[in-house]
Design a protein. Structure first.
Length: 410
């Protein structure tokens, strides 16, 4: 599993990685969120769901994000390639005959946009802004750390990623005159960094890490993950174009979606799902999933319950930014078609994807140095990375500008 893909984590372009530059400020490593890394696949399968589905890719091809692959009638072909094999939850892996890898380890092409056609922007604007700083260069002191977002930190794939990230931070430090590195994460990348920093020794963190910038952290889960696993998530694309039940077929095999459900330790008896004359809380996920015909999901969920989304003591300085005052999915009311039709969604406060209670766990970091909340234009979960004031905030911090803490517009 992932033997081909693992090579991508360690193969760094020599002509760039061996450069030693005099950086005017701190180098930075960018960590994307859930669905935030381009994923490529190479498949040679013995069967396919339809006659028009290829069984042999004959080389690396885009799996995520492949917009054209998600349209009828080829959606079923894509589903068969990207969903995971969860028959043995102790060894969740790609389907037989499928290999995957992330794109552009150490650089930013694989995280600038979610797709290679550059329709869905992620870090591109921020990277462009940072690269305009004197002495800053992609792949040298602006590094990207993409990962296969389907796997959580406690998986074999997740552990290999965090080992590779450790060496990427060390390399970036050494190639920039032993300058400590800023790690910036978005969305699910933040719970990933919680687990990463908890695994590193304090001696290692003191030597190599300057600080950690957390943007839109899913520290207490997202109610939207519950809806995703219940009836499928299409991000507002009409059902006639993107079948939510086929998307659910993929989503129910992805351990990180289960990981992002609001944890019972934080949400307790808060009801999230209303169906069949009753409601379900975070303490009733097992019963809820079994009732939805997702008994295997119970097993997948149990593999990640001991992997925290948040811990207050990371041993590094933390700078936290998130959006607010955006309608955010919170509770889901289903009719008799439960769980196979979209619910009536009741919104609450948050950034449009992550609920306020989850985002505000940032306040509990022991070494919190700054905490910013933005609202209005470009304050939703993904859009926040496009804000000029946040890009300026990060740039000012990297070069030690004295106004770095005061550049955000509220």
């Amino acid at each position: 599993m992932f033997l081909f893909g693992l090579l991508t984590f360690f193969l760094i372009k020599p002509s760039e990685s061996e450069k030693s530059v005099k950086s005017p400020g701190k180098p930075i490593v960018l960590v994307p969120g859930v669905f935030g890394s381009q994923v490529e696949g190479w498949y040679e399968k013995g069967s396919a769901p339809h006659i028009y589905c290829s069984k042999n890719s004959k080389g690396w091809t885009t799996l995520w994000l492949c917009i054209e692959c998600m349209l009828p009638p080829v959606l079923s072909c894509w589903v068969d390639n990207i969903k995971l094999n969860v028959s043995d939850v102790k060894n969740i892996r790609n389907r037989d005959g499928v290999q995957t890898k992330v794109n552009d380890w150490g650089y930013t092409d694989g995280i600038d946009y979610l797709d290679k056609n550059k329709y869905v922007i992620q870090y591109a604007k921020m990277v462009k802004g940072l690269a305009e700083l004197p002495g800053y260069e992609r792949g040298v002191n602006i590094r990207g750390a993409p990962y296969d977002f389907r796997y959580p930190p406690n998986s074999k794939v997740g552990q290999r990623y965090m080992t590779a990230l450790k060496y990427l931070v060390q390399e970036t430090y050494e190639n920039n005159n032993n300058t400590r590195v800023v790690v910036l994460a978005h969305s699910m990348g933040n719970p990933y960094m919680v687990n990463f920093f908890r695994q590193m020794t304090q001696e290692w963190k003191d030597k190599y890490v300057d600080s950690y910038i957390a943007i839109a952290g899913v520290f207490g889960g997202s109610a939207k993950a519950i809806r995703t696993l219940t009836s499928g998530e299409t991000e507002g694309v009409p059902d006639i174009v993107l079948d939510p039940l086929m998307m659910r077929e993929v989503e129910r095999t992805v351990p990180t979606v289960y990981w992002l459900m609001p944890p019972p330790q934080l949400w307790g008896d808060t009801p999230f799902v209303f169906a069949q004359g009753r409601n379900f809380t975070a303490e009733q996920y097992h019963e809820m999933m079994r009732g939805q015909g997702n008994a295997k999901g119970v097993e997948v969920y149990d593999t990640i319950t001991d992997t925290p989304l948040f811990h207050p003591d990371l041993g590094v300085d933390v700078y936290c930014i998130h959006g607010a005052n955006n309608s955010t999915p919170f509770q889901f009311r289903y009719d008799a078609s439960y769980p196979d039709k979209d619910p009536l969604t009741v919104n609450g406060p948050g950034d449009g994807t992550v609920n306020k209670r989850s985002l505000e766990l940032c306040k509990q970091f022991k070494r919190l140095k700054d905490y910013k909340v933005v609202s209005g234009t470009l304050s939703t979960h993904l859009e926040i990375l496009q804000r000029d004031d946040i890009i300026a905030y990060v740039a000012d911090y990297l070069v030690g500008h004295p106004a770095a803490h005061d550049t955000l517009d509220f």
